[in-house]
Design a binder for this molecule. Sequence first.
Ligand SMILES: Cc1cc2nc3c(=O)[nH]c(=O)nc-3n(C[C@H](O)[C@H](O)[C@H](O)COP(=O)(O)O)c2cc1C
Length: 269
Amino acid sequence: MIIALSSLTPIFVAIICVLIGIIVKGNRTSNKKEPRKTSKKVDSHPWVDDDLKDNTDLHPVEEDDGEWQGLDDDIAHIPFSTERYSKEDMVKRSRDFYELLNKRRSVSGAHTEPWTFVVVQDAEIKHKIREIIEEEEEINYKKRMGDRWVNDLKRLRTNWIKEYLDTAPYLLLIFKQVYGILPDGKKKTHYYNEISVSIACGILLTALQNVGLVTVTSTPLNCGPRLRVLLGRPANEKLLMLLPVGYPSKDATVPDLTRKPLDDIMVVV
Ligand SMILES: Cc1cc2nc3c(=O)[nH]c(=O)nc-3n(C[C@H](O)[C@H](O)[C@H](O)COP(=O)(O)O)c2cc1C
């Protein structure tokens, strides 16, 4: 769905490195939990699992029957363009954005910074990434994911061919570190690692938009281990997101999506 991408100047490397190296500090902290009733060492994600175990539901919803409840099967695609800034403006906007965001602080937090941002610019490695993703995505589409998933994506006109993995000047692969390694070689717990990295990715998407660059949020399914090995990342890092980054081509189009109205997404109590 995205966009052929024209080539970028090396200055972008500097911008993006600054952006991604210092995106955001701090993690959210959790509420104190009641002590567990069991003394057994239960699980490794207590801060998440308590929520998942919440089966209180005031308005239970029936499982659907698997039928595609389709919005438009073939949603219209419309031309897409973004603001184009001069290189100087991009650098200035990046700096201003960084300065603004660098003032953001959590009042307290675990501050594990459980992320690694891999910037791929090498054409050969980009192509290897493409091969891995297309191979796995073809299986996702044809076998693994089932009809509903394939139908849900149909209207966005995506498939397993990902030309942008070759043509985008940069691929950002963002890994969550599910644990850290202490200087003595022992594991360091990375609380809330997925939430933290997702927040960082959201800010990164905003930072890219702020300088007139475009991307598509992508989560290459079932590709994580192979891409991790290709990029020489350690086993405590799991791929969370892949962002191809560049300028939109002149004939770029996007699906004509609408956003949910505020009343649907905000509840004031
Ligand atoms: C968590 C997440 C994963 C996504 N994964 C993919 C993906 O693998 N491939 C893709 O083409 N789009 C992917 N998308 C992009 C969505 O299709 C897109 O964000 C959505 O349609 C809204 O469009 P917009 O980003 O243009 O507002 C993903 C989006 C999110 C939030």
